[in-house]
Design a protein around this ligand. Structure first.
Ligand code: PMP
Ligand code: GLU
Length: 461
């Protein structure tokens, strides 16, 4: 018998349900917080123009629908890193469409690219360099994983382009305060700006990262949604041994709720070690992504002519919607980089700084609140994308506005399918062209924002 005295465990607090420090003050992610706020407003009968959430919502391709129905009985767990046939389909898809060298062994599948990005933050060494502006979850994830976050500044006057100088400055600033950045997160096309790397910039960033021994985490979830005037270029083309690429089903295949994403790692022995670490963490966190969805996703990444056409058409409808709102915003006098991909715009309301201040609005948070409360327009403030509080920029997502609010699911499906069918009449290069899609909800958003800026312009200082 053991003679050990049984000690009660040490307790951080005498109250039950006490939270640890990381969780105590953590807010809900801005995108999801906003979409829940819009749902609550609508449930309370308040009409809301929803530019606050980026969700590709076209009806699922028929082949995927059928594949999922066939896979409904697949109740077994899948292997931790994913079904071999899905990993193979993604690897050959990436090799064919992205000029990457992926193999089934270098690809891992998980429940969305968001958790895959988090796992990467957990297993990769060092602190994180994160450009400003960039997607809302990178910095919180890096901090949750115990990293210090160092922001890389970009110039709004230069379309928020990521430059060597910006990277050098951020690295120096980090090192001078004892930081050790070993990971750089990039995102092309970008959420929130819609900007895409020019091939020369992708090469410069890759060369810089290689020179500094920094791993690039390249979030390419919007790669398929390029508008057509700038080709997608992955930094992995120039730095294959040090770039990790993520992507998934949420954007190109309009299947965010399927929660299926992937990571493609370098085909090197270091890449193998990283894969082993990803596997270990995934095995402790989620075991495997849902088997029926993985089985169905094989049809997506096999990328036959039907799938290719679906993705091309949805990219063109997004491009048209974005070009239309961009034209309206710039006509109203907002400063707004021209998006090259995805379904976001990132206008700057600085031209009305004085008029806004007059109404008590001097930060992006106040601007987003003002638009929601007084104009029924939901957006996300620049601060959620890492900007300083006084940057008067907002992220607008067009993707929730392709079917009028209040239409039934059946009506929405018909409307959205009709838009996809008309996509072949669009120019295919991100310009507006002459064929105008019927997008009444988007037109209402454009008109409301124009009214807002006209009211500001007319306001006495
Ligand atoms: N990266 C970016 C830039 C995104 O906008 C999203 C969308 N939520 C994700 C990653 C994550 O997508 P998912 O987890 O649905 O694959
Ligand atoms: N990507 C979407 C957005 O930025 C929302 C989904 C999410 O944040 O997980 O609006």
């Amino acid at each position: 018998m053991s003679s050990q005295v049984h000690q009660p465990p040490r307790r951080a607090s005498s109250a039950p349900l006490a939270l640890n420090a990381n969780a105590a003050d953590a807010p809900v992610s801005a995108t999801l917080r906003m979409t829940e706020a819009v749902a609550a407003r609508r449930a309370a009968g308040q009409r809301t123009i929803h530019l606050g959430f980026g969700e590709a919502s076209f009806p699922l391709p028929v082949a995927l629908r059928e594949a999922l129905a066939r896979a409904a009985t697949r109740t077994e767990y899948a292997p931790v890193l994913g079904l071999p046939a899905l990993r193979a389909a993604i690897a050959s898809y990436l090799t064919r469409t992205r000029a990457l060298t992926a193999t089934p062994a270098t690809v891992a599948v998980g429940p969305g690219s968001k958790p895959m990005l988090y796992v990467l933050m957990c297993v990769l060494a060092g602190d994180a360099l994160i450009p400003t502006p960039s997607w809302v979850s990178y910095a919180p994830q890096a901090r949750l994983a115990g990293k210090n976050v160092y922001r890389v500044a970009t110039d709004p006057g230069d379309n928020h382009r990521l430059t060597r100088e910006g990277l050098d400055d951020a690295l120096q600033a980090a090192r001078s305060t004892g930081g050790d950045p070993r990971v750089l997160v990039v995102n092309t096309p970008s959420n929130p700006t819609g900007g895409m790397f020019a091939a020369t910039d992708a090469e410069k960033i890759a060369t810089w990262a290689r020179g500094e021994g920094i791993t690039i985490v390249s979030d390419e979830i919007y790669a398929e949604l390029a508008h057509g005037w700038r080709p997608h270029t992955s930094p992995a083309q120039f730095y294959p041994e040090g770039t990790v690429v993520t992507g998934g089903m949420s954007k190109a295949f309009s299947a965010g709720g399927w929660r299926l994403g992937y990571v493609a790692l370098p085909a090197t022995s270091e890449g193998e070690r990283l894969m082993a670490a990803v596997r270990s963490l995934a095995s402790e966190l989620w075991s495997s992504a849902a088997t029926p969805l993985q089985q169905a996703a094989i049809a997506a990444f096999t990328y036959d002519a039907e799938m290719e056409r679906y993705v091309r058409r949805s990219a063109q409808v997004h491009a048209h919607a974005v070009a239309r709102l961009h034209a309206a915003l710039t006509a109203a006098g907002a400063l707004c980089p021209r998006p090259a991909g995805a379904f976001y715009l990132y206008p700057d309301f600085a031209p009305w700084r004085e008029q806004l201040a007059h109404r008590g609005v001097s930060t992006s948070t106040e601007l987003a609140t003002h638009l929601l409360e007084h104009w029924d327009v939901a957006t996300l403030p620049a601060i959620d994308f890492g900007e300083s509080p006084d940057a008067l920029r907002l992220r607008l997502a067009t993707s929730m506005l392709y079917a009028p609010a209040g239409t039934s699911a059946v009506e929405q499906e018909a409307i959205l399918n009709d838009l996809l069918a008309q996509a072949d009449d669009l120019p295919g290069d991100g310009t507006l062209g002459t064929h105008m899609l019927a997008l009444p909800a988007l037109d209402e958003a454009a008109a409301r924002l124009a009214e807002f800026t006209a009211a500001l312009a007319g306001a006495a200082l």
